[in-house]
Design a binder for this molecule. Structure first.
Ligand SMILES: Cc1cc2nc3c(=O)[nH]c(=O)nc-3n(C[C@H](O)[C@H](O)[C@H](O)COP(=O)(O)O)c2cc1C
Length: 270
């Protein structure tokens, strides 16, 4: 939500235990043309095709120099739209070099549906090369932030099995499940098949929870499992914990329920 790290303190004040900012890309970019965000009010969901609108890594770096170090901060990184696929790994490395020293964790975002070919990094050969480069960069950073990989909810089980096998065998600290879905059946079911972008909120929760369960069953216990997708209240938060989440995030629920819901969930959740 906070693409440029402008409201870290405010997010902290409403009660979150940790904040994730971004996705940030090396260079500033406008993102996709508007309209690119729509409320599906009846379904308590959103469809968005923002496309990594952000002011770029240098702008974020300036803000982070004086950041409040008591706030646990994740920085979510991704490539610019115009970067050719065979150079995309360089964008992640650029962001690591600029920003990793300010982060408690880095999210390697390979799962936005709004950047062409990004989800190709769910394929083992592409993922392995990228993650090994990012791990080397992290290990060269004095504070050694944790590294999380953020999954799409739309791949085949075999793809996830291969990804998890890889992640279990290398120095990646955890997985975030999941990004938005561009499942055509789900989009059809709510009449938005012609609108580009991914669905978030309540309509995503079953799909995201099924994947959470699968990842929990297969991911090494020492890894950190972060759940996101359809958290609106205490029950949907508890469900994520029951499915094995170590940490929980919310985005769309914050929009529909408002900022007071964060403390409500933390007070009354498991
Ligand atoms: C408007 C909007 C913008 C988003 N931008 C990003 C992004 O830049 N990077 C990212 O990893 N996920 C992004 N997401 C996905 C969310 O972080 C989250 O994974 C997804 O929306 C599911 O959670 P929710 O149901 O609580 O919204 C975005 C979601 C929305 C609704």
């Amino acid at each position: 939500m906070d693409k440029n790290g402008e409201i870290i303190d405010q997010m902290d004040h409403i009660g979150f235990g940790f904040i994730e900012i971004g996705t940030v890309t090396p260079k500033p970019q406008y993102g996709n043309p508007k309209p690119r965000l729509k409320r599906l009010v009846k379904e308590e969901s959103l469809i968005n095709s923002l496309g990594f609108n952000n002011r770029g890594a240098d702008n974020l770096l300036k803000r982070l120099v004086n950041r409040n170090k008591n706030i646990t901060l994740g920085i979510n990184i991704g490539p610019n739209k115009t970067t050719p696929f065979d150079q995309v790994h360089e964008d992640y490395i650029f962001c690591m070099q600029k920003l990793a020293r300010f982060a408690d964790y880095i999210t390697i975002n390979i799962s936005s549906p709004n950047t062409a070919n990004l989800r190709e990094f769910h394929k083992r050969e592409n993922l392995e090369r990228l993650l090994n480069l990012v791990i080397d960069e992290r290990n060269a950073t004095p504070n050694k932030p944790k590294l999380f990989v953020k999954f799409s909810p739309d791949e085949d089980l075999k793809i996830y099995a291969d990804m998890i096998e890889l992640i279990n065998s290398i120095e990646i600290d955890g997985v975030i499940v999941s990004n938005t879905t561009n499942d055509s059946d789900l989009k059809n079911s709510v009449g938005v098949s012609k609108i580009p972008g991914g669905l978030s909120g309540k309509i995503l929760s079953n799909k995201s929870n099924r994947l959470l369960n699968f990842v929990n069953e297969n991911l090494n216990d020492k890894k950190i499992l972060v759940a996101v997708g359809g958290v609106f209240d205490v029950d949907s938060y508890n469900e994520k914990l029951d499915l094995g989440a170590d940490l929980v995030q919310m985005y769309t629920g914050l929009i529909y329920e408002g900022p007071n819901q964060v403390r409500e969930i933390i007070r009354n959740g498991k």
